[in-house]
Design a protein around this ligand. Structure first.
Ligand code: PLP
Length: 275
């Protein structure tokens, strides 16, 4: 019988897994594999960490869903307080959702609301998710967009420095020149709500942003009242040696997008922003 399961997702291994513990997974025929993928950069405390499993089990006996428009409860406030402690300076307010794509979309909605401006700038090689707006903001490969046009408008792409260029100073200068040109030719500063950047390009090749590039970009945001959104869905929660990748650069984003490692595989995401 043919499978009733959609074949939308490809699989990079043929492994049929039965369970996972820590950084190991066990296949249905009993073979153990060291899991270098960690889900998809998601299982930050490993597979089925006993504390995580116990917390889920306990919570399931109290409430599985307690809709925030209907009730008040004691779950989100302590989480927001904890996030305020670990996120970069200035990030004080939190909004929660289920996935990274919802949060990158929410970040753009917030930036448009706050600035009353219609456009956003993304950078070549970006990956911000698979929903329509997130696809429009994704430029790492055509496969993520192909067959889904027309995608939402108002998204403009600026160059990201090539990490393999021999003269990195010249490469950064050239990328910033491209950004300035975009602000002159396609989206004027007073039409630009935000620039959204992965401080370390994820799907686009695992490339940390050169410091001079990220500083140049933030400088332009500050000069023009454009919000700087850090998409830390993949780079956040300790994956670069600091809690968030922006901490390596000494910069303070206006909005930070979090998902993946925030909940070690449980579908959860957060947007953090200034008051
Ligand atoms: C940088 C970045 N942003 C957003 C997303 C989308 O997150 P999700 O798959 O949870 O929707 C991803 C997922 O890989 C990502 O790497």
């Amino acid at each position: 019988m043919s499978s009733h399961l959609s074949d939308v997702w490809f699989s990079v291994t043929p492994l049929q897994v039965a369970s996972g513990t820590g950084c190991w997974v066990t296949t249905t025929d009993g073979v153990e594999y060291l899991d270098f993928a960690g889900g998809i950069a998601v299982n930050s405390t490993g597979h089925s960490h006993p504390k995580v499993a116990a917390a889920i089990a306990e919570q399931a006996t109290r409430f599985i869903h307690a809709q925030v428009n209907v009730y008040k409860h004691d779950l989100l406030e302590p989480l927001a307080t904890k996030l305020a402690e670990i996120t970069p300076n200035g990030i004080e307010k939190f909004f929660f959702a289920n996935s990274g794509a919802e949060i990158t979309e929410a970040s753009v909605k917030l930036a448009k609301q706050a600035t009353k401006r219609p456009h956003v700038i993304v950078f070549s090689g970006s990956f911000h998710g698979r929903t329509h707006m997130a696809m429009a903001m994704t430029t790492s490969k055509t496969g993520y967009r192909a067959g889904h046009s027309p995608l939402p408008s108002g998204v403009f792409m600026a160059p990201y420095p090539d990490p393999l260029a021999e003269d990195q100073d010249a490469e950064v200068a050239c990328a910033l020149k491209g950004l300035d040109h975009l602000l002159k030719s396609m989206t004027a500063p007073d039409e630009t709500a935000a620039m959204i950047l992965e401080p370390v390009l994820g799907e686009g090749g695992y490339v940390p942003a050169p410091a001079a590039f990220i500083h140049g970009l933030v400088e332009r945001c500050r000069a023009h009242g454009i919000l700087f959104i850090a998409d830390e869905v993949q780079s956040g929660f300790g994956r670069t040696g600091k809690m968030f990748a922006v901490e390596h650069y000494g910069i303070e984003p206006d909005i930070i997008c979090m998902a993946k490692g925030i909940a070690s595989g449980f579908p959860f995401a957060a947007l953090g922003t200034t008051d």
